[in-house]
Ligand binder design. Structure first.
Ligand SMILES: Cc1cc2nc3c(=O)[nH]c(=O)nc-3n(C[C@H](O)[C@H](O)[C@H](O)COP(=O)(O)O)c2cc1C
Length: 360
């Protein structure tokens, strides 16, 4: 098992309604004051990263949405060590604009910004902003060019590129980002196209929640493909964490979230994402196998089963690490309180178990 401590990220609630499509009471805000405070709590609790979301329009909850690069910068300005990952959609963003924005933010924040290149699932959103909606694998072909171009701009002088989506001619970005060789590049997705892209160009692969068997299959697949390409990629897995003093309390919270789910919104969301996923030719997209209950959490976070007591959760996290997982991306019902609880009760147990395994 890796000697590097497993890393923790949390989803920035920069979109209203929290991370579950449910009418359960949530003490999670989406505004900037709530988010600044949360970022400070998370940094103090021992979280390494915060991941922002990009949404251009409402749909299935998420009535209000702050933009991801701007809010990432605000959270970096409010913290000292936390790294913040800005979600980016190729299409709406041009890589030259993004490369420049991120290089500047990198200088403003002492080298703590990263990006998450997502390929999109929400056709209605693209339609609303007049952006062409490409077929599934075409979206990934564009994302891969986007990442190649970002790396090129960030690391080369007089960068030139002739792709199907992007062209550059002797372009030199000044200043380059502080981070060397460049700010970290994350990506999201589970389909064949997503995994193949990760195995070629991404620093990190983020995937939806899943069972340990499902996660292991993805980790093995990506690592084998990456090794064949001479590339190395780290892996982050989504989990909706419900940590309570007793397992019964934690399970009761999950039951209540599902019982109070908004069935129409969950079904409509499921229809949209399954459509997006089904368009991946092999049918292994992010939500291909998601049930109604899974879909109540936008990214299948209940499936990872980090629901129970601090001890149970810590053991399951270390078991995921043993499968090759490098980072847990976490969502919570009441973010501020639960991130603090996680830092106090769960994280020390994870570190203890890691130390014990390392010594064994
Ligand atoms: C961790 C993670 C974060 C994501 N964040 C966003 C986001 O902020 N905005 C967005 O439109 N899609 C986001 N996505 C969804 C991706 O755009 C993509 O639709 C999804 O992963 C589809 O994957 P597939 O190729 O497996 O079908 C995210 C996915 C993951 C796994």
């Amino acid at each position: 098992m890796s000697q590097t401590p497993i890393k923790f990220a949390y989803w920035v609630p920069n979109v209203s309604g929290g991370l579950v499509v449910s009418r359960i009471e949530q003490r999670t805000g989406w505004d900037i004051d709530y988010n600044r405070q949360l970022a400070r709590i998370a940094e103090q609790a021992g979280f390494d990263y915060a991941l922002s979301q990009i949404r251009f329009t409402a749909g299935y909850g998420a009535e209000y949405q702050h933009e991801s690069v701007a809010i990432s910068h605000a959270l970096l300005a409010a913290t000292e060590k936390l790294r913040v990952i800005a979600a980016i959609l190729p299409g709406p963003w041009h890589p030259a604009v993004l490369a420049k924005q991120i290089a500047t933010i990198d200088h403003l924040t002492g080298g703590r910004i990263a990006v998450n290149i997502v390929s999109g699932w929400f056709r209605g959103e693209f339609h609303a902003i007049g952006e062409p909606w490409l077929e599934h694998d075409e979206r990934y072909r564009r994302s891969e060019e986007f990442i190649e171009v970002l790396k090129g701009i960030w690391t080369q002088d007089a960068f030139s590129y002739r792709g199907d989506f992007y062209r550059f001619h002797d372009y030199s970005l000044k200043p380059r980002p502080l981070q060397q060789p460049h700010p970290e590049i994350f990506q999201g997705g589970s389909s064949r196209a997503a995994r193949d892209m990760a195995a070629r160009v991404s620093d990190w692969y983020f995937t939806n929640g899943n069972t340990p068997e499902g996660i292991e299959a993805q980790v093995d697949d990506i690592r084998a493909k990456a090794a064949a390409n001479g590339h190395s990629v780290k892996i982050g897995v989504n989990a909706f964490i419900i940590a309570r003093d007793t397992e019964a309390e934690a399970r009761a919270v999950l039951d209540e979230i599902i019982a109070k789910a908004d069935p129409e919104a969950v079904r409509a969301f499921g229809h949209e994402v399954k459509n997006a996923g089904a368009a991946s030719p092999e049918g292994e997209g992010n939500w291909a196998k998601s049930s109604f209950e899974d879909l109540v959490q936008y990214n299948d976070g209940f499936k990872t089963n980090l629901i129970g007591t601090p001890q149970q959760i810590a053991e399951r996290i270390v078991a995921l690490k043993a499968l090759g997982v490098d980072l847990i991306l976490s969502g919570f019902l009441h973010f501020q309180e639960e991130v603090a609880y996680f830092g106090e009760k769960v994280l020390p147990l994870v570190r203890e178990l890691e130390a014990r395994r390392a010594a064994a």
